[in-house]
Design a protein around this ligand. Structure first.
Ligand SMILES: [Zn+2]
Length: 69
């Protein structure tokens, strides 16, 4: 049961849970890539699912490089 997010809820979530800002003004579905602005000034694209679930709340530059294996 997936919650249906609205763009307002997502913007709010991003504001409260990260240092990034949501730039996208439309949300169609969970597979859609959204545009974020990182606190460093970089823009980056990510699906909200990844942003929220995979703890990827920063741009690739700021995202701590974690060895994948
Ligand atoms: Zn950044």
């Amino acid at each position: 049961m997936n919650k249906k997010w609205t763009i307002e809820e997502i913007r709010d979530y991003v504001k409260k849970n990260s240092d990034s800002v949501l730039l996208s003004t439309e949300y169609v579905g969970y597979s859609q890539k959204l545009l974020f602005k990182c606190s460093c000034g970089n823009n980056f694209e990510k699906t909200f699912t990844k942003f929220k679930g995979s703890n990827q709340k920063k741009c690739p530059n700021c995202q701590e490089a974690r060895p994948s294996r």
